[in-house]
Design a protein around this ligand. Structure first.
Ligand SMILES: Nc1ncnc2c1ncn2[C@@H]1O[C@H](COP(=O)(O)OP(=O)(O)OP(=O)(O)O)[C@@H](O)[C@H]1O
Length: 297
């Protein structure tokens, strides 16, 4: 569904250049639900903006649903934003009209597209986000968590193939945050939509099968669950224990040229600095590679 290769984004202001993405590689399969984590300034929002067609990459390649975004005209971008992607922001005020009811808000993007069967689709989506009973409530009479759920229904209104969420649980409590993640999972399952969530919330990331970490504008590591969360729940009779954490495996990511980002804590414990040198040896017996700090590291 998504293929980023060597993606670069440089922001130029009058006198400074900020390299927000420096050759990022990422593949996301159709129908996958995954999360992107990383420190502030690592490039998460920049990546999401590129995927959502809100901004243009500076170089590299980016294809979404078979479309080459670097070749897009302004018209292509407009159609892509209308037909292919749905967006959920932390601050959802940009998606919502406060004086309309929940159902009217969800109908709005369908009205703009001239779609038929708007009321049925809006009610179906409000049911999926658990707000069937609040359909006639005005948005300004709903809590932050409820508004966020309406924002998710709005993002799904025109059946996007890709749903992007930037810190969707950033301003809600833990219980609501778990509920919102369940909604994304349910939409992923029942609508087949591919979901990419940017989050600081590591608790949320614990319940997602694949989490990609970004550091300095590049993918640095991936945490992959060995089994699906649902399988775990079934096996554990819905009791979540410490074993759940052990079912995650953290992997470093090799980019397409074979470059690797070492985890920061490994570098610290070996006393290696960025820009230094390491000795690389092949361990044929164990089928691996060993890194040693070199004397001038
Ligand atoms: N419009 C812009 N103009 C100039 N520099 C920018 C712009 N947007 C982002 N940057 C820079 O690009 C880098 C990546 O920013 P980005 O917002 O993508 O990070 P982030 O990981 O989403 O951070 P946060 O978690 O704080 O939102 C930062 O150094 C930031 O200062």
């Amino acid at each position: 569904m998504i293929r980023c290769e060597n993606l670069v984004k440089i922001y130029k202001t009058s006198d400074v250049e900020a390299v927000a993405l420096q050759g990022l590689d990422l593949d996301v399969k159709k129908g996958e639900l995954m999360a992107i984590v990383g420190n502030s300034g690592s490039g998460k929002s920049t990546l999401l903006n590129m995927l959502g067609g809100l901004d243009r990459p500076s170089a590299g390649s980016l294809t979404v649903d078979g479309k080459d975004l670097l070749k897009f005209t302004d018209k292509d971008y407009m159609e892509y934003k209308r037909d292919t992607v749905g967006f959920v922001w932390q601050n959802n005020a940009r998606n919502l009209v406060p004086y309309l009811t929940a159902v009217q808000n969800v109908e709005l993007p369908m009205l703009l597209k001239g779609r038929k069967g708007r009321r049925e689709r809006a009610l179906e989506l409000l049911k999926k986000v658990g707000l069937e009973k609040r359909k006639n409530s005005r948005l300004d009479q709903m809590s932050g968590g409820e508004q966020q759920r309406v924002a998710i229904a709005i993002a799904m209104a025109n059946d996007p193939k890709l749903l992007l969420a930037d810190e969707p649980t950033g301003s809600v409590d833990t219980k609501t945050s778990a509920m919102i993640l369940d909604i994304f999972k349910e939409l992923n399952r029942s609508e087949g939509v591919t979901v990419v969530i940017v989050t600081h919330d590591l608790k949320l990331a614990d319940h997602i099968d694949r989490v990609v970490a970004i550091r300095d504008g590049r993918t640095s590591s991936e945490i992959i669950r060995k089994k699906s969360y649902r399988e775990d729940l079934d096996e554990m009779g819905e009791v979540i224990t410490k074993e759940e954490e052990a079912s995650h495996e953290e992997l470093a990511v090799l980019d397409r040229s074979g470059r690797l980002q070492l985890p920061k804590d490994y570098m610290q414990s070996l006393g290696i600095k960025g820009g230094g040198k390491v000795r690389v040896e092949l361990d044929e017996e164990r089928g691996g590679i060993i890194l040693f700090p070199s004397e001038d590291s």
